[in-house]
Design a protein around this ligand. Structure first.
Ligand code: ARG
Length: 470
């Protein structure tokens, strides 16, 4: 809006929101206790967007006049600018974002401002605001997950033949390639995106029109508002529309799972960076030192991701608990939905942004990974499979190999370092072709089916993943 057209009105300091019905004002403590403006002001843009759509519908259905609509639009545009520039004065006395904006609108444009709330309640208004906010947040989060998936793919691509020990029970189990290990996280994140997209469909419904709880006697056009705001449809029961926050709970559940996945990866990065593993190093910008031990380089960022997962899980439990005993319809309890939800979104966004960057700075020590895979008889299963393919029942093969491992262990060598006659003591089925099977490379290459760790399969998985991201 051009500065010359700016409407001027002083900020009213004396406020009496509930007027005639009340004989005494609330105490300052109660005012602070019940107010949400300190945190719900971040919904302001969505509140204005919702109000504009509502006002246009009111005018289109002749519930308010065209002149009122024009004034409301001018006033709300100006308020949006005031908020963006930081000059808007937020008042605790006005409780929440909705009343702050409405009061300012009335100060700027007079009676037309008072007409905006026709056929509406803060109950359907706030439910609409949160849904608009959450829809935008989901879209941001999905893009950030995609960026992290790209980073995983780029790293995995460089390591389709980097052998490392695969673990079960954190004990060396079978060799895998590092790219395969990373692609496991790609799959987890893929499901996370699916969950968010599914949740988005239920977020994207319009509560406005439900008014306080029962609907409204005005001839409103809900579909029009839904369409203007980009919703897929309207909430079909007014009581449900103003009271349930299941869409936010679902989102928090999806967020908790994302953080859980990132926490698992963090735990691995921390282990791998420990000198006893020495598999990777993280770029210095994600680590800190110790104030007492000069040699230390601590993986603070992954540790914090692991820690912050607890807080996001906590928000999910907070929202479930918030909802569990609420009778229909709206209750003030619902005001408590915002901080957990906002903090979940903020934590997730920061974590994902930092993670994509951190993955690009991972330095891999191939030799350390290879050496670790050589310890722990990672190809024992390959020897058992070899014997089984030559006709020995698998359970017998399992026992035969257990004895060979014991022998190798006693002589301090890997299975592949035993001589042919040594191996043949355990089974006459063993021939010279066994050595191709007992090497780490032979072992990973033999798992050559979709989902297996053979380098060719990992490359194919990366290619499929790139296609699904583009
Ligand atoms: N600040 C309130 C919230 O976040 C807005 C709705 C208040 N409605 C009411 N009837 N007190 O839920």
């Amino acid at each position: 809006m051009a500065a010359s057209k700016k409407i001027s009105a002083p900020v009213e300091k004396k406020i009496n929101t509930w007027s005639g019905r009340f004989s005494e004002p609330v105490s300052q403590l109660v005012q602070r206790y019940t107010a949400s403006v300190s945190f719900d002001r971040r919904l302001a843009e969505y509140d204005i967007q919702g109000s504009l759509a509502h006002a246009r519908m009111l005018a289109a259905t002749d519930i308010i006049g065209a002149d009122d609509l024009a004034a409301i639009q001018l006033g709300l545009d100006q308020i949006r600018e005031e908020i963006r520039s930081g000059e808007f004065v937020w008042l605790l006395e006005l409780e929440d974002v909705h009343l702050n904006i409405e009061k300012r609108l009335t100060a700027l444009i007079g009676d037309a401002g008072k007409r905006l709330h026709t056929a509406r309640s803060r109950n359907d208004q706030v439910a609409t605001d949160i849904r608009l906010y959450l829809r935008a947040s989901i879209d941001d989060i999905v893009s950030l997950i995609h960026a992290m998936q790209q980073a995983l793919l780029d790293l995995a691509e460089k390591h389709t033949d980097t052998v490392m020990p695969g673990f079960t029970h954190l004990q060396v189990a079978q060799p895998v390639v590092f790219g395969h290990h990373l692609m496991a996280y790609f799959e987890m994140l893929k499901r996370d995106v699916e969950r968010l997209s599914d949740c988005r469909r239920r977020v994207n419904r319009l509560p406005l029109g439900a008014a306080a709880l029962a609907g409204t006697s005005y001839p409103i056009d809900r579909d029009r508002v839904a369409q203007e705001l980009g919703f897929d449809g309207v909430c079909e029961n007014s009581l449900d529309a103003v009271s349930d926050r299941d869409f936010a709970i679902e989102f928090c559940a999806a967020a908790a799972l994302i953080m859980t996945h990132l926490s698992r990866l963090s735990e691995e990065l921390i282990l791998w960076m420990n000198p006893s593993f020495g598999f990777i190093d993280l770029a210095d910008r994600f680590c800190t030192g110790s104030s007492i031990m000069p040699q230390k380089k601590n993986p603070d960022v992954p540790e914090l991701v692991r820690g912050k997962t607890g807080r996001v899980n906590g928000h999910l439990v907070a929202l479930l608990t918030l909802m569990k005993a609420q009778p229909l319809a709206y209750n003030k309890d619902n005001q408590e939905d915002k901080e957990p939800l906002f903090d979940t979104v903020d934590t997730l966004i920061d974590t994902l942004r930092i993670y994509a960057d951190m993955l690009t700075g991972v330095r891999v020590n191939r030799e350390a990974m290879y050496k670790a895979a050589m310890r722990g008889y990672a190809t024992a299963t390959d020897l058992a499979d070899y014997l089984t393919k030559k006709g020995l029942p698998f359970r017998e093969a399992h026992e035969t190999v257990a004895q060979a491992v014991r022998f190798a262990d006693d002589s301090g060598r890997d299975l592949s370092a035993l001589t042919l006659p040594e191996l043949q003591q355990f089974s006459p089925l063993i021939a010279n072709d066994i050595f191709a099977v007992l090497t780490l490379e032979g072992s990973v290459s033999s798992r050559n089916h979709i989902g297996g760790t053979a380098p060719a399969q990992v490359s194919a998985a990366i290619a499929r993943a790139r296609k699904c991201l583009s």
